[in-house]
Design a protein around this ligand. Structure first.
Ligand SMILES: [Zn+2]
Length: 296
């Protein structure tokens, strides 16, 4: 019903997936109405802040990147955004000392742990939701992403890979029932061995390793210990969708359905939603509870 923030600041250190460079990230409490705002503390000139908004997304290749008014960028925001959304945090300032959010183990687990350690503070302001009123669908070839009206915040992803180990997988999540922490937060990002070689040759994913990604070669998972879930790949797609859709700036009351969708399509979906003013409206938590009680 009410907006939340962190009870106290909390930090971690990790490397960036693309640069391989170490940076410190600190999550701090913020006032009601702030939303999630990132700040690059290494920048001396120009704007250092990056509001977590879909319309500031500048690049979706491999990860979701924000670009601010000064043209500075901040990459790999999706896993920490997913953790904040999954833990119900509305407002926070996330400081980071470089151009990338640390990749940690490639999942949201470390960020959820930090949020749990910091604790959640309930603020004296009602939470605002974005209610989906009409189906909105975007496509890219046979890939699709859709938002439909619903009284909950649900996610479903299906992926189909031309790879024997990944093949076809599904995963679902109800964001309102602690499902994120229990079923999705530990699912790691993944890649195919042949793609890893190409990325490295192009100077990308320099920080990538078996410590922060599941790597698949043919029908084998190369990581010692194997997978955390049988459908870890589809669960990670749900995690990414939770993080990418959190860039709407408020929790979305609606059902997300992705078929082979990724960061680019998730971002296109939010743009399509906001472009159609009949497809959504703002609702505040108290008014929404009364409305639901009246229609029950
Ligand atoms: Zn991801």
């Amino acid at each position: 019903m009410y907006q939340t923030t962190l009870k106290s600041p909390i930090s971690c250190t990790g490397i960036g997936l693309h640069s391989g460079e170490k940076s410190v990230m600190t999550m701090k409490p913020a006032e009601a109405g702030t939303g999630i705002v990132f700040e690059r503390t290494d920048l001396v000139n120009g704007a250092r802040h990056f509001p977590a908004r879909f319309d500031l997304v500048s690049d979706t290749f491999l990860c979701t990147t924000l670009r601010n008014a000064s043209g500075a960028t901040l990459s790999t925001v999706e896993h920490v955004m997913a953790a904040l959304a999954g833990c119900g945090i509305d407002n926070a300032l996330i400081e980071v000392g470089g151009p990338e959010i640390p990749i940690m183990d490639g999942s949201s687990e470390a960020f959820v742990f930090l949020i749990d350690c910091a604790g959640v503070d309930v603020l004296d302001a009602p939470r605002r939701y974005l209610r989906v009123l009409q189906d909105v669908k975007v496509e890219d070839g046979d890939k699709t992403a859709r938002l439909s009206p619903a009284n909950c915040r649900s996610f479903h992803c299906e992926i189909v890979y031309d790879n024997a180990r990944i093949a076809r997988q599904n995963a679902s999540l109800d964001l309102d029932n602690d499902g994120f922490k229990n079923d999705v937060a530990r699912a790691r990002t993944f890649g195919l061995m042949e793609d890893v070689d190409t990325l490295r040759a192009n100077g990308l994913a320099l920080g990538g390793s078996l410590d922060n990604a599941v790597v698949v070669s043919g029908d084998k998972v190369l990581n010692e210990g194997g997978l955390r879930y049988d459908n870890e790949f589809a669960r990670h797609k749900v995690l990414d969708a939770v993080g990418d859709l959190a860039l709407a700036g408020a929790p979305i009351l609606g059902a997300f359905d992705g078929y082979c969708s990724g960061h680019a399509l998730n971002n296109k979906l939010l743009a399509a939603l906001f472009a159609n003013e009949n497809a959504w409206c703002w609702v505040t938590a108290g008014a929404e509870a009364e409305r639901l009680a009246a229609t029950a």
